[in-house]
Every structure is written in C-alpha cells, then in structure tokens.
Ligand binder design. Structure first.
Ligand code: PHE
Length: 338
C-alpha cells in the first residue's frame, strides 16, 4: 500500500514536470503502458493475501484513474501552449508596405471586366444587387416553386434570418431592376453567387454575369445575335456557337449555349468530355409570369435573359483546368496575369 502511495506522488510529479507532449507520452508509457509500473502493480494482485485483495485492487484502479485524469489535463494544457506559441511566432504584419511590389488584378476580376466591357459597348447598363438576398427575389418571383430541387438545403446557403439566403444566382437582379425601372431595360449584373457545391469544377462561391433585355420587340433572334456577338468579342475569334433547347423555370423557351471547344479545337478532349462542345451559359425569353410579377405589362413588353459563369469563361480564356487555383492566392499563379 505504501508503495502505491509513493508511486502516485512520483508519477504526478513527473506529469506536472513534463514540458513537451513527447515527454508526457514517455511518462504515460512508464506508468500506464503494457509494462508500466501501475500495470505491473495491478498484475501483482495475485501475490496479495486474499483478504486484502479487494482493497488493493480498488486502490490500484483509483491510482490508474487519477493518473489518466492528470495526463489528460496536462496534455490539453501543453496543446494549448503549443497553439499559443505558434500564434505568437508565426504572426505577420500584413499592413507593412513592401517595396517594389506592385499588385495586379485577379484573373476573375479581369474576366468580369472583360465581359462587362463587351456589353457596355452594346449599350447595356450595369446593375448590382445584394449577396444576401430575399428568398422571394431569388426563387418565388422567378417561378421557382417551394418544392423545386434548386431550393433544397444542399444547394442553398440559408442565413439566420427568415426569408433571406445567399443568392444562388444573379437572376434576382433582374427582379430588382424591373421593380426599380420601367422598360426599355438593357442591363447586365455581375457578381458573386453561392451554392453548396465543392469539387474540382465547383466552388461554394463563384461569379456570374446576368443579362436582361426588356422592350417592345425583344425576341429570340435578338438574343441569339447578342450572345453570339458577345462570345465573338470575348474570345476574339469567330467560334462556332450552338443553342440547345433546355429548361429554366423563369424563361420560356429556354436554351443552353455551347461553344466549340477552345481547348482542343473541337477534336474532343478531357475538358469537353470528348464532345467538342462546351456549355457556357443559360438563356431564354423571360416568362410572362416573371414580367407580370414585376409590374411589366406583357401586352406591351417582352424580354430575354441570359446568365453565364465567370469562372468557366476565365478557365476557357486562360486555359485553366481547375477552378480552385482562383481561390488559393498562390502568387506564382496570380503573377502570370500582371
Ligand atoms: N440563373 C440561371 C443559373 O444560374 C442562368 C440563367 C439566367 C438562365 C438567365 C436563363 C436566363 O443557372
């Protein structure tokens, strides 16, 4: 019994003196390991006279538990100290001006400006909307019903306020613009959008540019012309463009726009999945329901809309095959765009 007492005080002292996690693990092995002193003491129970065994066993187990608790507490304290040390030594003052360092625009900013500039040249205005958006503008007024898969929690980031979310596309800016201004409208809306997606081709935050034209004569042919001209100017070549029938709740008819793969010259590659075509945007004639919901008289006006992914266009423009490089801020990557 007195051996147990001295074992206890020696072990506790060694635990409290351990300066590193490594040292602490050594102490743990010394006492509680397979051949540890406490483990051995427990095995010695066979040598104890039967009438004392019960009491002895109880004492050893108490000792074991006391040491385990002390070890756990010490381990937490040491880990905390390590984090504090790292925070103190790895601290950097990011506000110190560096000499001879000139910043440059991010490739996404460059692409966004390039897109917007083409549309400005065609007489479009530039509109902006909030990233924390009303569910009503992001979904309801765009004819996306409550049971639509796009509303699923998996796709949408909801915020801690009833009726609000992180916009999943730039289309709510169509709504905001129509509520604010009478036609004719001819606008683009660049900005950040959010979806619960994360893999090599999807990022939870990305950028879109929305386009909306509402006037007395807007039709599908106008839309085709505007999009084809845009793509020609953006890629600075007369590339093949095709419109594929598709579906969006807020446009009817709807289409998806493909361009001839700029990576392989339409021979078929990994990026175009062997098809020779790349999808670059969605578009369509604005559904009368949407126009009416925004107070636009559908006897007088009609409209078309389109929406494109900026990262996608940037990847094609610069020949990049992984969306993640845009957000890693590796200066070796970013410098190539200065
Ligand atoms: N908002 C659609 C999307 O995010 C794209 C789109 C915009 C489609 C405008 C048609 C018209 O996928």
């Amino acid at each position: 019994m007195s051996d147990l007492e001295s074992l206890r005080s020696k072990a506790l002292e060694e635990i409290s003196k351990a300066e590193t996690l490594q040292k602490l693990h050594e102490v743990k092995a010394k006492y509680l390991g397979r051949k540890g002193l406490v483990t051995e003491a427990l095995k010695r129970i066979r040598e104890i006279p039967p009438e004392e065994r019960r009491n002895y066993g109880k004492k050893v187990n108490e000792l074991k538990e006391a040491l385990e608790t002390a070890l756990r507490e010490k381990e937490e304290a040491l880990k905390k100290k390590e984090v504090e040390k790292a925070l103190a030594s790895e601290w950097e003052d990011l506000t110190v001006p560096l000499e001879n360092t000139v910043g440059s625009l991010h490739p996404i900013t460059l692409t966004l400006r390039r897109i917007v500039d083409v549309f400005r040249g065609m007489g479009f205005t530039v509109e902006e909307g909030p990233e924390i958006e009303l569910e009503e503008y992001n979904f309801d007024m765009l004819r996306i019903p409550p049971d639509h898969p796009a509303r699923d929690m998996q796709d949408t980031f909801y915020v801690n306020k009833e009726g609000y979310l992180l916009r999943t596309h730039t289309s709510p800016v169509q709504i905001r613009t129509m509520l604010k201004r009478k036609p004719p409208i001819q606008m683009v809306a660049p900005g950040k959008v959010y979806r619960r997606d994360d893999d090599p081709t999807h990022s939870p935050m990305f950028h879109q540019v929305e386009g909306l034209v509402v006037n007395e004569t807007a039709n599908f042919r106008h839309m085709k012309y505007v999009i084809e001209e845009f793509l020609k100017e953006f890629f600075e070549t007369d590339l093949p463009v095709r419109f594929r029938a598709s579906f969006f709740p807020f446009t009817e008819p709807s289409a998806e726009v493909d361009i001839g793969c700029v990576i392989c010259g339409m021979k078929g590659c990994r990026v175009c999945k062997g098809t020779g075509w790349l999808e670059v945007m969605g578009c369509g004639m604005v559904h009368p329901y949407v126009l009416e919901a925004c107070g636009v008289d559908t006897d007088l006006y009609q409209g078309f809309a389109f929406g494109m992914g900026v990262e996608r266009l940037a990847m094609l423009l610069f020949g990049i095959d992984n969306i993640k490089v845009f957000y890693e801020n590796d200066v070796r990557f970013l410098r190539q765009f200065s």
